[in-house]
Design a protein around this ligand. Structure first.
Ligand code: CMP
Length: 222
């Protein structure tokens, strides 16, 4: 199970029993991996690529719940509670996925406390993120929500202490979706941030040059 942090430290005999029951599959960009409401219960581990977790309205609108990267997993909710899929998941890029039957995942989670613990930590992290977004929608303006979202998606920029980068460059429509706003608003606010010298656009991504100022803008009204 190389490339799956959740399963690191899985005893060798347990790994040897589980591996033949898993399948390794490649999904193409835009391919549907999990469909909302399906009765499947596989747990899926992202070996490479990136996926989007979303829900759709009956009228074809979408809300993005999250993006998950290499090393992450999804599908654990149906494996844990036996209910239908709580969201849809599509591949954003070609993605290599390890598909583990829900029963195998639950056998591992109930017999290896370290793995149960890591699963709980991941679920807790997701609840925290959802709570943050919900509070932001109640308390912040779209402008502030954008700053908060950029900070959340960013990671330290190597070789540039104090700076952070959102890479690959986010799609404006996606940012708008994530902060419950419109693309035109995101476009306008990104331009304003660039003009204010808080952010720079580069081919590799959005560079957050003044992280303190971005944080200050988020906290202004909280
Ligand atoms: P499951 O309900 O089995 O299928 C859809 C999966 O999407 C779900 O399990 C989770 O793994 C994942 N998922 C649902 N909501 C979120 C969220 N807010 N953040 C990250 N992943 C999620």
């Amino acid at each position: 199970f190389a490339g799956i942090p959740l399963l690191e430290g899985l005893p060798e005999d347990a790994a040897a029993q589980a591996a033949p029951r898993c399948r390794w599959k490649t999904f193409e960009a835009h391919e549907l991996i999990v469909d909302y409401g399906d009765e499947s219960n596989d747990v899926l581990f992202i070996i490479s690529g990136q996926v989007r977790v979303l829900m759709s309205s009956a009228y074809g609108r979408h809300v993005i719940l999250n993006h998950l990267d290499k090393g992450d997993f999804f599908g654990e909710m149906s494996a844990i509670d036996g209910r239908s899929r709580s969201a849809s998941v599509i591949a954003l890029y070609n993605s290599e996925i390890c598909v583990m039957p829900g029963e195998v995942f639950m056998e591992i989670a109930t017999s290896v406390p370290l793995i149960a613990r890591r699963t709980l930590e991941k679920l807790t992290e997701r609840v925290r993120t959802i709570n943050e977004r919900l509070a932001e929608q109640a308390f912040l303006t779209a402008r502030q929500r954008l700053c908060a979202e950029l900070l959340r998606q960013s990671r330290p920029r190597s070789g540039h202490p104090g700076q952070r980068i959102v890479s690959p460059p986010p799609i404006q429509e996606d940012l708008a979706n994530l902060i419950s706003s419109r693309r035109e608003v995101v476009s306008r606010e990104l331009s304003a941030l660039t003009k204010d010298g808080v952010m720079e656009r580069s081919r590799g991504g959005l560079i957050l040059t003044d992280v303190d100022e971005l944080s200050r803008r988020v906290e202004e009204a909280m």
